[in-house]
Design a protein. Sequence first.
Length: 110
Amino acid sequence: MQLVLAGEKYLPSSILSDLSDGLVGGGDGDSRMAGGFGNEGDFGRLTPREREVLALLSEGRPNKDIARHLDLREITVKYHLKNIYRKLNVSNRAQAVKMALEDMARTGTL
């Protein structure tokens, strides 16, 4: 709690343990995340704005804060998130953040 109050980011231990599990590869070369969602190449389908939203989401920011930071309405952020989830083949923000963090660890950028 003290770290969050000091401005640090918090990630639940379940996400961190999933990150340490890494990728599980299928026999056909189609790499999937340990949770069975998303493909490695899906980040190339994101628009620059969707990448910005995902980067801020990965910092643990709520929709309202993302909207303020990008000078958008909150409904627009929700629209971008819906598109991000669809393009990454995930169903929630935790899965999207997990994929983003793994991609950043692998490539150094989002």
